[in-house]
Design a protein around this ligand. Structure first.
Ligand SMILES: C[S@@+](CC[C@H](N)C(=O)[O-])C[C@H]1O[C@@H](n2cnc3c(N)ncnc32)[C@H](O)[C@@H]1O
Ligand code: SF4
Length: 376
């Protein structure tokens, strides 16, 4: 079975004000012990995973949190365990990504990652202006990013940069400065996410007290559309993702969007394998102390698979593949959704060609509305 592997590292230097990802700010003096305990448990999980033993590895993604906060030898041990417990890799060289934060990267780590076979590095920049980095609670400044990016470039020819727009007090020209910087340094890939005010984050509470000056919806959409104008040499292939060439599109994320098999290891990690879905507990104590930490193990129904195939497929610019839909579900997509597709097409939210149904530019602005029409 071809499989993507996700490994979750739930530690960060500090907690950014907008972030509700499953991660903990770690105090330096306790962190070595926390990391050791976590690694031990993670290796146990990998060694005992029956599904991994039936898998050929297509991609590996270290996500977080901040995977680069760990000593690099931990990453080696995790990779080694994955290889030893699987059937090997697929014929195509696997894509192996590590997410990182500038303040926890250095030449030694970057060089070690390369020697372990990691071939894609993702760096969270978020913004180039220190005043915004400070405002959103990032632990790095722009100078630190520049330094580690220069080192990363020496070792990697596939680098992703994460950005966030529609930040408090950000105007269009602030955002455009970020885009012009990306144009200048030409990473192989970048992601640009519109800020989401997530529940129970610092920003959530500040916003409730009306203390965040957030861009309005019009400005937020203008910021989104300006990406295409300034970075016209990049190809957008998903709502929030752009690649310089097709070969740099993130293979791991495409496994999610194309509803293929993946196994998640570590705290809170999600898996989809053989039409079964589950996730690990979000409770660190439970993860570290118990053996049975898989939760909500659910066999997907045909209906839920159809809906997911469409929601995920529509995120991609190429859209939902009609032939693959037919092969997977035994009928034409138009037989099930004829009314929805013709209405949304009339409204210029969807378009169709011979093989695909996809969101128009206008449809991408109203993606949630379009997708809600496909709930059976
Ligand atoms: C798993 S997260 C963090 C990876 C890494 N620790 C970092 O901070 O760069 C991946 C990306 O999601 C984006 N992100 C996280 N929270 C967000 C939010 N509330 N709104 C918009 N984007 C967010 C950020 O761009 C972040 O780099
Ligand atoms: S955005 Fe990244 S560094 Fe910041 S708290 Fe979230 S996972 Fe950690």
């Amino acid at each position: 079975m071809k499989t993507g592997i996700y490994v979750h590292i739930p530690f960060c230097r500090s907690k950014c004000f907008y972030c509700d990802f499953l991660s903990f700010a770690c105090k330096k003096k306790n962190s070595a012990q926390d990391f050791d305990l976590y690694l031990k448990k993670l290796l146990g999980e990998i060694n005992n995973c029956a599904e991994l033993k039936k898998s050929y590895i297509e991609t590996i993604f270290f996500g977080g949190g901040t995977p680069s906060i760990l000593p690099h030898e931990f990453i080696y041990k995790i990779l080694d365990a994955i290889y030893k417990n699987s059937l090997g890799t697929t014929k195509k060289n696997p894509e192996i990504t590590i997410e990182s934060n500038p303040e926890s990267l250095n030449q030694e780590k970057i060089c070690a990652y390369k020697s372990y076979g990691i071939n894609r590095i993702s760096i969270g920049l978020q913004a180039i202006q220190d005043k915004f980095l400070k405002k959103i609670g990032r632990a790095h400044n722009f100078k630190t990013f520049e330094r580690v990016y220069d080192i990363a470039k020496k070792f990697f020819n596939n680098i992703n940069i994460d950005l966030i727009f529609a930040l408090p007090d950000q105007n269009l020209s602030d955002w455009e400065e970020n885009l012009r910087y990306i144009k200048k340094i030409q990473p192989e890939h970048f992601s640009a996410y519109s800020l989401i005010i997530e529940k129970d984050t610092k920003f959530y509470f500040a916003n409730q007290k009306n203390k965040l000056n957030l861009p309005d919806e019009n400005l937020e959409r203008q910021m989104y559309h300006t990406i295409k104008k300034i970075l016209c040499d990049y190809k957008q292939y998903e709502i929030s993702n752009w690649a310089r060439e097709k070969k740099f599109e993130c293979r791991h994320n495409k496994i999610y969007w194309q509803l293929k098999n993946y196994l998640g290891f570590g705290l809170g990690a999600h898996s989809f394998f053989n039409n079964m879905r589950w996730h690990n507990t979000n409770n660190l104590k439970k993860y570290l102390t118990q053996n049975n930490f898989r939760e909500e193990i659910i066999k997907s129904t045909r209906q839920s698979l159809i809906e997911e195939f469409i929601f995920l497929g529509l995120r991609l610019n190429q859209g939902v593949n009609k032939n693959k839909f037919k092969k997977k579900f035994g009928c034409e997509i138009n037989n099930i959704y004829h009314n929805q597709i013709s209405l949304l097409t009339k409204q210029k939210l969807l378009a169709e060609n011979k093989n695909f149904i996809f969101l128009t530019n206008y449809g991408r602005d109203l993606a949630n509305h379009v997708m809600s029409n496909f709930i059976l």
